[in-house]
Design a protein around this ligand. Structure first.
Ligand SMILES: CCc1cccc(CC)c1NC(=O)n1cc2c(c1)/C(=N\C(=O)c1ccc(N3CCN(C)CC3)cc1)N=N2
Length: 282
């Protein structure tokens, strides 16, 4: 997909897919190859208004440098007089959180497959000195085979220096980010524990009516497992080894891949042709 300079004329624009704070996403087909992509269009006027150039530039630099089966590809980008356009991989099954809300919670096999995919993608990002910092169901997409894709590197940073910026939805924030201590890639490991809990129980572990209560529960690691739905001891063991206050004591991404629950339940292909098992329907 490399060529001197792309323009909107190279694409047939398809249906509107969705929008975020700064951009609208459209399905599109590249005319020469017929390749289907997602075009994320941001108007420069909006960038000026919110002084968002640096954020977008960082998103482009970081995501363009990543190439992993569970990271949404940024193939190219271009701009014209009024827009900046990102040419992104198309994830045909949409947002993972909508699937989670629809089916209420995932089976242990599906949850373990997604956790393993995330651990693999994050291990790759950390090796490339990148911390995503905003891993949450809303930023996870599914391709046509049901394979998980991490998207939206808007909050990602290079992890050479310790970071101090508070960002992201509070349910997924690690204690050290709330206590404004220096944080490193271990924040993504914490978030993986939050997601694993949410995949299995249908809501994040420290959810509370008031934001302050959630923050208090996070810094206290006030973790409890409801008696229903049934969740295996292995799954709870993994969650307890990730939701650890001391970021140095959290299970490493490599150890997650070797954890008995993952080894026993994760589908090595990474794809969950989502079959509703009877247990998921009760
Ligand atoms: C929307 C712009 C935005 C703002 C902030 C963060 C993000 C990343 C998630 C994004 N999205 C983004 O960058 N995106 C890059 C993308 C992308 C979003 C995408 N697909 C979809 O969003 C999508 C949604 C629903 C869908 N259907 C729903 C109904 N089903 C029955 C059939 C399938 C099928 C595809 N493919 N590449």
């Amino acid at each position: 997909m490399e060529k001197p300079e792309w323009s909107m004329d190279d694409f047939e624009i398809g249906k509107y897919i969705g929008e975020g704070k700064f951009g609208k996403v459209y399905l599109a087909r590249e005319k020469q190859s017929g390749y289907v992509v997602a075009l994320k269009v941001t108007f420069k006027a909006k960038l000026d208004k919110y002084r968002f150039h640096a954020h977008l530039r960082r998103e482009i630099e970081i995501q363009h440098g990543l190439d992993h089966p569970n990271v949404l590809r940024l193939f190219a980008w271009f701009h014209d007089a009024e827009r900046v356009v990102l040419v992104l991989e198309y994830a045909a099954r949409g947002e993972l959180y909508k699937l989670l809300r629809t089916v209420r919670r995932f089976s242990e096999r599906t949850a373990a497959t997604y956790v393993a995919s995330l651990a693999g993608a994050l291990a790759y990002c950390h090796k490339k000195q990148v911390i995503h910092r905003d891993i949450k169901p809303e930023n996870l997409l599914l391709d046509i085979e049901g394979r998980l894709k991490i998207a939206d590197f808007g909050w990602a940073v290079r992890s050479n220096a310790k970071r101090h910026t508070l960002c992201g939805t509070i349910d997924y924030l690690a204690p050290e980010m709330i206590e404004k201590k220096a944080h490193d890639h271990a924040v993504d490991n914490w978030t993986l524990g939050i997601l694993c809990y949410e995949f299995l129980y249908g809501s994040p572990p420290f959810e509370a009516a008031e934001q302050d209560d959630t923050l208090r529960r996070i810094v206290k690691v006030d973790l409890s497992f409801p008696t229903t739905p049934y969740v295996s001891a292995d799954a709870k063991d993994l969650i307890c080894k990730l939701l650890v206050k001391d970021s140095n004591k959290r299970l490493s991404l490599d150890d997650i891949m070797k954890h008995p629950w993952i080894v026993k339940n994760a589908d090595p292909s990474g794809s969950c042709s989502y079959s509703l098992s009877l247990r998921d329907l009760v």
